[in-house]
Design a protein around this ligand. Sequence first.
Ligand code: ADP
Ligand code: MN
Ligand code: MN
Ligand code: MN
Length: 387
Amino acid sequence: MCRCGLVHSNKKTSVAQFFMAKMLENSPNAALDKTLFQHYLTLPIPDGKCQATYIWIDGTGENVRCKTRTLDFVPIKPEELPVWNFDGGSTGQAEGSNSDVFITPVAIYNDPFLRGNNKLIMCDAYKYNRKPADTNKRVGCLQAMEAAKDTEPWFGIEQEYTLLDMDLRPLGWPKNGFPGPQGPYYCGVGANKVYARSIVEAHYRCCLYAGINISGTNAEVMPGQWEYQVGPCHGISIGDQLWVSRYILHRVAEDFGVIVTFDPKPMEGDWNGAGAHTNFSTKGMREENGIVEIEKAIDKLSRNHLRHIQAYDPNGGKDNERRLTGRHETSSIHDFSAGVANRGASVRIPRGCAEEKKGYLEDRRPASNCDPYAVAEALVRTCILNE
Ligand code: ADP
Ligand code: MN
Ligand code: MN
Ligand code: MN
C-alpha cells in the first residue's frame, strides 16, 4: 500500500489513481453517478413542453449565470420568448433598492444537455429603468453592427482557456512542483502532454449540436490550456455564439468536476497566457486585392491602440496587463505593432492572406476573458465607422 492509500502495481497507475481519487474526493459533481442520471434524462416529458435555460452575463462582465423555466411551446424566434428577471442583488447587478434586473432573449440554441425540444436562450440584461445593465455590451455592439452592415463584418474568435482542478491548480500539474517546460504540449498527443481531452471533445460536440459555428480546437502551449475557434460569424452573432459556447464549456467541465478559467494569465512565470485572438474582415477585405483594405484598417488600429486595450478585457486593460508583456507570443500592452505572420505583433496578417492579397486580419490583443461584444464593437467603430 502506498501513502496515497491505493494498492498499485506500478508508479504510472499510482499517479493516475491518486489524482482520480483526489478529484472524486474534491469534486462532489465528479462523484455523482452519471449512469443513474441517464434514467432521469430519458424520461419522456409532455408534448409541446420545453425547458428553456436563460443565460446572461453577470456583474463581473466575465461570468455567466443561468436559470431555467418551462414553456408551453417550442420557441423558434427570440421575440416569441417572455422577458424574465432575476435578483441583481446576488449577481453584482443591483442598483440601490431596485434589485430586479430584466433579461431579454436574443438568440436560441439547442440544449445539448437536455436535448429534445429544450433550448438554451442567450439574453441581455436591463436595469429596473430599462437601461442596459453596466455589463450589457451587446446594445452598443448591435448599434455599431447596424451602422456597418453594408460592409458585412465577419469575426472568428480563437478562445483559449485553462482547466483547473478543485484546488485551482491547472489540471494535470503536480501538486508540489511544476510540469516540464513548455514545448511538447501545443497540439500535443499523449497522457503526459494533454489533460482532459474528453472535456474538449464533449464541448466540441455540444457546440455543434447547439448550432454554434465552432470551427476547430487544439491543445495550447501551457499544459492544461486549450483553444477552440468560433467563426467566421456575421456581425453580432459572434458575441451571442461565443458567450453560449463559454456557458457550454463551463457546464461540460462541471459534469466532470473540473473548473474552467478564462483568466488571461493563470500562472505567473514562464507560462503562456490565454487570449482570444479576433480575426476580422469586411466584404472589401475578402474581395480581390482586399489587402489594401486590410492595411487601411491596420493603420486606423495603430491610431486607436488605447481604445482597444480598454475594450479587450472586462477590467479596462488591467487583466491583460499581466498577459501582454511582449513575451510568450504576445506584444507589449504599451505599443501597437503589426506584421505578416508575426505572432509577437498586436495585429498579424496571416501568411496566406498576404500571399492571396485578400482575407482578414488577426487582432491578437483581446484577453481570453474579453467580452466579444465589446471587442467586435471596437473593431467596427475604429475600422469601419471611423469613430
Ligand atoms: P491561428 O493560425 O491564429 O491559430 P485559427 O485557425 O486558430 O488561427 O483561427 C482562425 C480563425 O479565423 C477561425 O476562427 C476562422 O473562423 C476565422 N476566419 C477565417 N476566415 C475569416 C474571415 N474572412 N474573417 C473573419 N474571420 C475569419
Ligand atoms: Mn488558433
Ligand atoms: Mn492559440
Ligand atoms: Mn491566432
